[in-house]
Design a binder for this molecule. Structure first.
Ligand SMILES: *Cc1c(COP(=O)(O)O)cnc(C)c1O
Length: 416
């Protein structure tokens, strides 16, 4: 491909041919060969969402208030659905964002600005206390806003340790955090106990339900053990939940919710002395794709409660099949007791980073965890056709790794 802009443009056919060719080296995600990055409810839903996305291909959600009332209405509907799903009290409010990282960083900024106002100190730089397993987006937020992020070890069950969190709090702490679930192990932190800590110290508790928010309510309704993580817990102040993960919507789509509208208001950015006049956004992004909003609205409405129950019942059966298959391989065990569709696995006998790296030779993208050394899966129905072949290849790789461990210098290079 030319390294400068072409003198004359290519035809549509050539462009599509070229891109299709370029895609050849990508992971075959549609066969379930990527354990992260992509999600699916079912094919009909994807088709509907794609059509809705394309209907808003050109519209800009930045202009929702001034030019595109339809986008404003869809965002309102989406936020209302989330508020009811997470049992927000009346007055609860929220925003549509472009992703989990944005939802998290926006909640951190709202908490910081709220705390500055409360302390009467517009320069105040406090700290955030979180379990070690919380998503890197919190550290990214701390980096961007030059604020301290304290990470605290989790308990032996890989869930946040409320006593350790409480011990790390000081007079400058603004927010504590729990995940529902955390990304590394898929376990839901004890949000009820974290809520008590938050209330005792008059702190903001943010629940990061980015990966599980739109899955957990349905898995609970299906009768599985899912700890309460939402606004039903009195101490919960804000919640982030990604639509573009287990809401099964197209990217980019996430949501952030607040119990209290005053606190939510601190998320807004307003600049009213610009040459163009007033500029205001709730999120980090300015221009945003209208398609992301329309795709999310379409998916939520196409599935409905019974759709999410149907899809997620099949998903959780698939998760059980993966778990049983993993535990049937000698030397392997599941890390902790995952609540939803993330599973991590490890071994006391075999180096699972090395074994995982071998999976690449069979066309799988391996997912990893570092503590303990192991492998990571985030399953959706995209992985249905992959279950048996993945388990078969995993068994082979574990056996080969076990045999290779006795030969010096037989290490494979692990790439994260
Ligand atoms: C994915 C994820 C995020 C970040 O979301 P992005 O949409 O990738 O920005 C945050 N927290 C958890 C627990 C996640 O799984």
């Amino acid at each position: 491909m030319a390294k400068t802009l072409l003198e004359t443009g290519m035809s549509r056919g050539d462009i599509i041919d070229h891109l299709s060719e370029l895609k050849h080296n990508d992971i075959r995600w549609a066969e379930g060969r990527a354990p992260i990055f992509v999600f699916k409810a079912d094919d009909d839903i994807s088709t509907t969402a794609r059509e809705a996305f394309n209907l808003y291909f050109t519209e800009n959600a930045l202009g929702a208030h001034r030019a595109f009332p339809s986008i404003q209405q869809m965002e309102k509907d989406i936020v209302a659905i989330g508020l009811s799903l997470f049992h927000a009290p009346s007055g609860g409010t929220g925003y549509f964002t472009t992703g989990g990282s944005e939802s998290i960083i926006c909640a951190m900024k709202a908490a910081r600005n709220w705390s500055r106002e409360r302390r009467g100190d517009p320069q105040f730089r406090g700290n955030f206390v979180l379990p070690d397993t919380a998503h890197p987006a919190f550290t990214k937020g701390g980096d961007m806003m030059d604020m301290e992020v304290r990470r605290v070890p989790v308990g032996p069950d890989y869930r946040a340790d409320p006593a350790a969190i409480e011990a790390a709090i000081d007079k400058d702490t603004i927010m504590i955090v729990g995940s529902a679930p955390c990304f590394p192990y898929g376990v839901i932190d004890p949000i009820d106990e974290l809520g008590e800590v938050a209330q005792r110290h008059d702190l903001w508790l943010h629940v990061d339900a980015c990966v599980g928010g739109y899955l957990a309510p349905f898995v609970k309704e299906l009768g599985r053990d899912v700890p309460t993580f939402d606004f039903q817990v009195p101490g919960v102040t804000s919640i982030s939940a990604d639509l573009h993960k287990f809401g099964y919507t197209p990217k980019p789509a996430s949501t952030v919710f607040y119990r209290d509208p005053d606190k939510a208001g601190h998320q807004m950015f307003k600049y009213d002395v610009w040459a163009n006049g007033m500029y205001a956004t709730a999120g980090i992004a300015g221009t945003r794709p209208g398609g992301g909003v329309a795709g999310a609205w379409a998916t939520l409405h196409a599935l409905g409660r019974d759709g999410y129950l149907r899809v997620n019942a099949r998903l959780m059966d698939l998760v059980d099949r993966y778990k049983q298959g993993i535990e049937a391989i000698p030397g392997l065990r599941i890390v902790g007791k995952p609540h939803l569709s993330i599973i991590s696995l490890t071994s006391d006998e075999v180096d699972m980073l090395q074994a995982g790296e071998r999976m690449r030779q069979f066309g799988w993208l391996p997912g990893f965890i570092n503590r303990p050394k192991g492998m990571h899966l985030m399953l959706s129905r995209i992985h249905e056709p992959a279950c048996d072949p993945w388990l078969k290849d995993l068994r082979t790789c574990v056996e080969r790794q076990r045999a290779a461990a006795s030969e010096p210098g037989a290490k494979v290079q692990v790439v994260y």
